[in-house]
Ligand binder design. Structure first.
Ligand SMILES: [Zn+2]
Length: 76
């Protein structure tokens, strides 16, 4: 059996129902629809992206502070 055909338990982020999906679905990044509440994983992925953007935003702010500080030193 190919590794992609292995079934894993995927917990629904909405209703916490665990249901089997194939590793292939995970690896391909396909939309996974919960058989219980019909929620798909697209919303969860968007939340994850937003969270990483927020983390990135914080580091960009820190970077800007550093650049401003060194910029002032260069100009001064
Ligand atoms: Zn669900």
């Amino acid at each position: 059996m190919a590794i992609e055909e292995q079934q894993v338990s995927y917990p629904c982020p909405t209703c916490n129902e665990s249901f089997p999906i194939s590793l292939f679905q995970l690896l391909e990044g396909g939309v996974i629809v919960c058989p219980r509440c019909r929620t798909n994983n697209a919303a969860a992925e968007i939340e994850a992206i937003e969270r990483s953007l927020q983390n990135l935003g914080k580091s960009i702010l820190n970077l800007k502070k550093c650049l401003n500080a060194s910029g002032r030193m260069n100009q001064g």
